[in-house]
Design a protein around this ligand. Structure first.
Ligand SMILES: NC(=O)c1ccc[n+]([C@@H]2O[C@H](COP(=O)([O-])OP(=O)(O)OC[C@H]3O[C@@H](n4cnc5c(N)ncnc54)[C@H](O)[C@@H]3O)[C@@H](O)[C@H]2O)c1
Length: 272
C-alpha cells in the first residue's frame, strides 16, 4: 500500500539488472511512493535491455555508468540533476561482484588482481560515488544514501569468499563517509544487511541453495525477500528516519541474533 513517503523526492538507483534484483524491486516501490529517479547500471549490463522495461514502468530515464569510473559517476550525477530538475534526495548503491566467486577460486587460492577488481566494484565504488556526490554538493540536506551488505562482514561464511571482506570494507566506508556527509551536508549514510536473496549476484555464490534454506530455517521470521528489502529502503529514504545514520541495519528475519533454532536442531536430529 503506497503512503506517498517519497513524494517530491529525487534520486538515483544503481544495480537493477532484472526483475529479481533488489534494486529493481526498490525502483518499483520508490515509484509507488511518489519518488522520481534515474536508473543506472554498468554499460555491459545495458546489453540485456531489461532495464528499459523498468524505466518505462516507473517513468524514469536510464544513464549507463560504470560505478568504478569517476568520470562516469560525474557525468551521471550532472545529468541526473539536469533531468530531475534539482539536487538528489536519495541514492541506492546495489552493486556487488567478485571475480574469484564467479570463476570458482576459493578464499585460500585467490587471484589477487581479481580480488582488487571485485573490491573496486563492490566497495571502492561506494566511496567513489559518495566522493563525487560530496564534492559536487549534489545532495539535498536530509538526503539519504543506502548500500546493501551481508552479514559475512561480521561472521564467517566460507563460500562467500572475498565478498565478505568487500562487505566489511563497504560498511566501514558507510560509517567513515557518513560522518563527513552528516557533519557537512546533513545527509545520512547507512547499509542494510540483507538475507540471502535469489538474484543473479546471490545465486552466483557456491552452495547458495543450502545457504538460503539454512537461513530460512534459522530465522524466526524467515528470510527477508527483495521486496522486504525494498520496503525497508523506502523508510530509510523517507523523512521518518532523519537521524538514523552510520548504521549497519539487519533486514534478515532475526538471523543475525540467532544461535540455533528448533528447525535446524530437527534437521540435524533427523540426520542421525
Ligand atoms: N542476493 C543476496 O543474497 C544478497 C544478500 C545481501 C546483500 N546483497 C547485495 O545486494 C546488492 C544487489 O545485488 P542483487 O542481489 O540484487 O544482485 P544483482 O545481480 O541483481 O545486482 C548486482 C548489480 O551490480 C551491478 N554491477 C556490477 N558491476 C558494476 C559496475 N562496475 N558498475 C555498476 N554496476 C555494476 C550489476 O550489473 C547488477 O545490476 C549487492 O551489493 C549484493 O552484494 C545481496
Amino acid at each position: 500500500m503506497p503512503y506517498n513517503l517519497l513524494k517530491g523526492k529525487n534520486g538515483i538507483i544503481f544495480g537493477a539488472l532484472d526483475g529479481n534484483s533488489i534494486a529493481w524491486q526498490t525502483a518499483i516501490r520508490v515509484h509507488e511512493e511518489g519518488g522520481n529517479f534515474i536508473l543506472t547500471n554498468a554499460p555491459v549490463a545495458m546489453r540485456m535491455g531489461a532495464i528499459n522495461d523498468l524505466a518505462e514502468e516507473t517513468n524514469s530515464q536510464v544513464i549507463p555508468a560504470d560505478a568504478t569510473s569517476i568520470e562516469d559517476l560525474e557525468n551521471l550525477i550532472d545529468q541526473s540533476i539536469d533531468i530531475l530538475g534539482g539536487k538528489i534526495d536519495f541514492v541506492l548503491h546495489s552493486i556487488g561482484m567478485s571475480v574469484n566467486v564467479r570463476k570458482g577460486k576459493s578464499y585460500t587460492d585467490q587471484n589477487h588482481s581479481w580480488t582488487v577488481k571485485g573490491w573496486d566494484v563492490s566497495a571502492g565504488s561506494f566511496h567513489k560515488l559518495m566522493q563525487v556526490l560530496y564534492k559536487k554538493d549534489a545532495m539535498n540536506e536530509w538526503g539519504s544514501i543506502v548500500a546493501l551488505s551481508y552479514m559475512a562482514a561480521q561472521r564467517v561464511f566460507p563460500d562467500y569468499n572475498d565478498m565478505a571482506d568487500n562487505k566489511a570494507y563497504l560498511e566501514s566506508i558507510a560509517r567513515s563517509f557518513g560522518y563527513f556527509f552528516g557533519r557537512d551536508k546533513k545527509v545520512r549514510v547507512n547499509t542494510i544487511s540483507q538475507s540471502p536473496t535469489p538474484t543473479t549476484a546471490g545465486k552466483g555464490v557456491k552452495g547458495f541453495d543450502g545457504f538460503i534454506s539454512y537461513a530460512e530455517k534459522m530465522s524466526p521470521l524467515g528470510n527477508a525477500t527483495a521486496l522486504d528489502c525494498a520496503n525497508y529502503t523506502i523508510t530509510l529514504f523517507s523523512d521518518l528516519t532523519k537521524r538514523v545514520t552510520l548504521q549497519n541495519l539487519y533486514n534478515d528475519g532475526g538471523f543475525s541474533n540467532m544461535g540455533v533454532s528448533d528447525a535446524v536442531m530437527d534437521m540435524i536430529d533427523n540426520q542421525k
